[in-house]
Design a protein. Sequence first.
Length: 145
Amino acid sequence: MKFELQIDPDCEERVLLTLRKPSPLAEEIRTLVERESDALMGYCEDEIVPLTAGEIVCIIVEDGKVYAKTMTKTFRLNHRLYQLEERLGTRFLKINQSCLANIQQIQRFDASLAGALLVIFKNGYRDYVSRRQLKTVKERMGFHR
């Protein structure tokens, strides 16, 4: 299989796969491209900004409202957390009842003596993994004892 990337600032972005037969990798690429191009609308003061999944560090619930944290700002979203979990797919991981983490934006994990697992994101935000989600997080992140 060959890979070719063309960068042209004047053309519309598109992904073209040429295959002899369908494959799971092609389906995964299609799903990833569709999700990435399907922007969420984020609200911050007087602005409405389209947010791609890649720029969202994590999605949190505070005071019954859903927010997307990026590297520099926090945007309110008009979706429920479960809807976003379904929409964003495997790129995001539910770490507790009120937080979806972008796996690519996790800087590190800190484990305490009490067994709690703290997630530290690249933008500095911190949140704990709930006991209910601990097994899933360990499996998805590849933790081994």
